[in-house]
Design a protein around this ligand. Structure first.
Ligand code: ARG
Ligand code: ZN
Length: 862
């Protein structure tokens, strides 16, 4: 059945202190737990109910007295204890088996390490607990293990003591003094080594930061260590938040289902978001590492100090923390480029989610399996809603609202209402209309019609908003949308006069809140040219009927860099999807790109973003029915044509940026490499011999340069591609992260036959179904980033992915469920694909055992 938001009840029992002792062993670990319990004064006489999933119960006692069999029931999921009243101590001992834990939830083995992942409901696989975020004990954790196999023993909080036990074992005691829910519990044990840094917080606390990895990976931890320090300093400066323990530990794990986890004082990461040097990581990897490290660090306040009342509030920590980490990256690097990156992801993936079978509000009203709600909607749209609030109230008032939120909710389990209340108080605004963003699924469309009266010079914008129906939500209400606008006159100057309006207007920003608003300017000298949604201040689709000439003119006029990029994207969409004016749009796009390539003053990385046309997912999202082969074919044709138009300029930028590209990890060097690589990709289209790509591959250089050269060789099937691949494969054979890179290139070769290569790899020793990164690199890349192979006309792509979902469901249900999500838009695929997709999904019915898989399949077929 479903869990409903409306059914929330406070816990009947509180846990003030959790004392845990682990006898760590991969085959069989014994966990002794002592929970200090007190009944909720408002709900006396309730039985104690604790979560516990598949635990082998060895002993149970209360206040030192062993419990007789009649006083408790354990059904494999839940432990119920009767006849307790008043404060008491429950002691249990259980046995668990980390080595057999392939789902990577709870305590599991990764190589020679023992690690945990508890969010959302993994702690119950370790020992009995009220495994819900509003139960927040303080913690004391003792770890015992063989010293040789597990020389390092880490847990949440501060290290308290350690000792040798004389029999080959040793012991470490940790104390986490902050009230912390079980989903933030963590331990890590094994032959870990570290890089380390001492610093003093703005409040004067001395902190040791450690980044831990298996010994051979330690040299690649330096960059992540620096990123921790940058995040810590930034949160002090921008939000006034300091770190609150004596140590901050970070551990890199090769087997990890998600990106990373913000456990109190002991963040555990997928190794791909920690390990980096120039020989093995791309520039994009470095930036992703910095942003994920910051994300997890920033959770220490937005998530840990202030946690969640229940899982319906998930976006309260995730949306807010994504907002914070994107601000961090924008402050440290280029704000415009960060915005472009975020909006690309939003349009390609979140808009599709919001329009597909799995659409749900940022705060869902019900769920069956919470693991299925770690979505782009909760994270990315959640962050966009915070940005809407930030735009409505401005930075200073936003900061005051955040200060208030942290002060009022510190040490508590909060709700989105608590967050909105704090901002309402700080801003003096009624935010009840704004709150609707959290309840309503679907991407709003803002359609704007313009009318100019030549005689009077009156210019009228009629602005309509509408949100389409989504599963379970047929009717939608208008939202509060801050819409920026600019009017340009015939000379390209900004018209500064404010309009008459039936909505609040200030400084080029109108606050929409009704289905329709009208803005009117009186007595303009000529028909103006409007531009909207500068900086993408609201996550909406904007419709305005521009002519191609107007788009082209605006792409030159707009002051806002994000919008200049967006106008070029619109020209490209028009060239690909427009009927009548496709040819005109292609010409205008080509001219605009020529100007950009010739502009030595423009940031090369920005030019590279403009050369990157909307991807398949973004285009597919804009059409009613998706003709996959047609869409990909048109996109390839357009790219060929543009490359031909620009060939000299591409060559000259490629050469002129060579020296700048050699300057290590500086922003300028990264920017130069970004444009050089974009030029290389386009130039390779025109040269069947792929000479430039081969030269770049052979020259060595950074991973950024090698991997793009290899992609060009493989994807354009150049002579020598196979030998280059073999050389790359051998050079990195012992590195699973770099191996994932070439596997991803093979799986995304834009050709239906890539499916056969994927099958081949699945029959090889490279296939490691228990390793989530490998599954994503091979099957995830096929399903999410190779339209021609996934949507192959014979239905083979769907069959392969569906059979992998079935095979992985018992191994790692979360990984399997993620793959299944690739079918979210299946109802919009043109036949025969739609029927083949339905067939593949129907073939899974009755074959999935996990709640994750069953819930998704049901929603997909509903
Ligand atoms: N809280 C983690 C983060 O965003 C992600 C945890 C994901 N867990 C899950 N069961 N899906 O930083
Ligand atoms: Zn997070």
């Amino acid at each position: 059945g479903h869990v409903h938001l409306a059914d929330y009840r406070a816990p009947a029992w509180r846990v003030s202190l959790a004392e845990l002792e682990f006898e760590l062993d991969p085959a069989a670990t014994v966990v002794a737990a002592r929970l200090h319990l007190s009944p909720d004064a408002d709900q006396p006489g309730q039985p104690l109910e604790l979560d516990g999933e598949g635990l082998e119960l060895l002993s149970i006692s209360v206040d030192g007295q062993s419990l007789p069999a009649g006083r408790f029931v354990y059904d494999g999921h839940r432990l119920t204890v009767h006849g307790l009243s008043g404060d008491c101590e429950l002691a249990t001992r259980v046995r668990i088996h980390p080595e057999n834990n392939t789902r990577l939830e709870g305590l599991y083995r990764s190589g020679s390490l023992l690690l945990t992942q508890c969010e959302a409901q993994g702690f119950r696989r370790i020992t009995f607990m009220a495994d819900r975020p509003d139960v927040m004990p303080r913690w004391r954790i003792v770890l015992r293990a063989n010293r040789e196999a597990f020389p390092v023993l880490l847990a949440n909080g501060n290290p308290l003591a350690s000792q040798d036990l004389g029999d080959g074992r040793h012991e470490a005691t940790w104390e986490n003094p902050h009230p912390t829910p079980a989903y933030l519990f963590a331990i890590a044990a094994g032959p870990l080594e570290r890089v380390s840094r001492q610093l003093r917080t703005a409040e004067g606390r001395d902190v040791e930061i450690n980044v831990w990895a298996e010994p051979s990976d330690v040299p690649r931890c330096q960059y992540a260590l620096g990123a921790v320090e940058r995040a810590l300093r930034w949160d002090e400066k921008r939000f006034g938040r300091c770190y609150d323990l004596d140590v901050f530990n970070v551990v890199a794990a090769q087997d990890f289902t998600m990106g990373a986890m913000e456990n109190k004082g002991l963040n555990i990461f997928n190794a791909r978001y920690i390990l980096a040097d120039e020989a093995t990581a791309t520039d994009a990897d470095f930036l992703a590492i910095e942003s994920v490290v910051a994300h997890e660090y920033l959770h220490n306040w937005s998530g840990n100090r202030v946690t969640l009342r229940d899982w319906f509030q998930l976006s309260l920590k995730e949306g807010l923390t994504v907002f914070r980490d994107t601000e961090f990256s924008a402050d440290l690097h280029s704000r415009a480029l960060k915005r472009i990156e975020v909006v690309r992801l939003l349009r390609a993936r979140q808009f599709a989610e919001d329009a597909g079978a799995l659409a749900h509000p940022v705060r869902p009203a019900r769920y069956k399996e919470i693991s299925n709600f770690y979505t782009l909607t909760i994270y990315e749209k959640g962050a966009e809603i915070i940005r809407v609030l930030h735009t409505l109230v401005g930075e200073e008032t936003f900061r005051a609202g955040m200060d208030r939120y942290f002060a009022e909710n510190d040490g508590k389990a909060a709700t989105l209402e608590d967050f909105i209340d704090a901002h309402a108080q700080a801003s003096g605004r009624d935010l009840s209309g704004f709150a609707r963003w959290y309840a309503q699924a679907g991407t709003p469309t803002v359609s704007i019609a313009a009318d100019f009266d030549e005689a009077s010079g009156d210019y009228t914008l009629t602005i309509d908003q509408a949100t389409p129906p989504t599963p379970g939500q047929p009717d939608k209400q208008p939202l509060v949308i801050p819409l920026r606008y600019v009017l340009y006159d015939a000379q390209g100057a900004v018209i500064s006069a404010a309009p008459e309006a039936d909505a609040p207007v200030r400084d080029g920003l109108v606050e929409l809140s009704q289905a329709r608003h009208v803005l009117r300017w009186r007595g303009l000298r000529g028909k103006p040219l409007p531009a909207f949604n500068q900086g993408f201040a609201a996550p909406v689709k904007l419709q305005f009927d521009y002519g191609v000439d107007e788009l082209a003119r605006l792409a030159r006029l707009e002051r806002d860099a994000f919008n200049r990029w967006d106008l070029i994207q619109q020209l490209a969409s028009e060239a690909l999807l427009g009927d009548a004016d496709a040819e005109a749009a292609t010409g205008a796009l080509s001219d605009a790109l020529a100007d950009l390539l010739a502009d030595a003053g423009a940031d090369p990385a920005f030019v590279a973003e403009c050369l990157a046309l909307p991807d398949f997912d973004t285009l597919a999202e804009q059409v009613a029915e998706v003709d996959v082969q047609g869409l990909v074919g048109r996109r390839e044709e357009l790219l060929d044509r543009l490359a031909e138009d620009q060939v000299e300029r591409l060559q000259s930028r490629y050469e002129s940026l060579a020296a700048a590209a050699r300057e290590g990890l500086s922003g300028q060097a990264m920017s130069a490499r970004a444009l050089r690589n974009a030029c290389l990709s386009w130039l390779t289209r025109l040269d069947p011999e792929a000479r430039l790509a081969r030269a770049q591959f052979d020259a060595g250089g950074t991973m950024t340069e090698r991997i793009v050269a290899l992609r060009c060789l493989l994807h354009f099937r150049a002579p020598g591609a196979e030998s280059a691949l073999a050389a790359f494969r051998e050079a990195h054979a012992t590195d699973p992260l770099v191996t994932d890179k070439w596997i991803g290139l093979v799986a995304t070769r834009p050709h239906p036959e890539a499916l056969d290569d994927v099958r081949g790899l699945m029959a090889s020793t490279w296939w490691k179904p228990a390793n989530p990164n490998r599954v994503r690199a091979l099957v995830g890349s096929l399903a999410r980033s190779n339209p021609l192979a996934f949507h192959r006309r014979d239905g083979g792509g769907y069959q392969l992915v569906a059979s992998q979902v079935a095979a992985l469901d018992p191994v790692n249900p979360q990984v399997a469920a993620r793959l299944l999500g690739a079918f979210e838009s299946w109802r919009r695929w043109a036949s025969p694909q739609r029927d083949q997709a339905r067939e593949a999904l129907v073939s899974l019915q009755g074959r999935l055992q996990s709640p994750d898989g069953r819930d998704l399949l049901e929603r997909l077929l509903d």
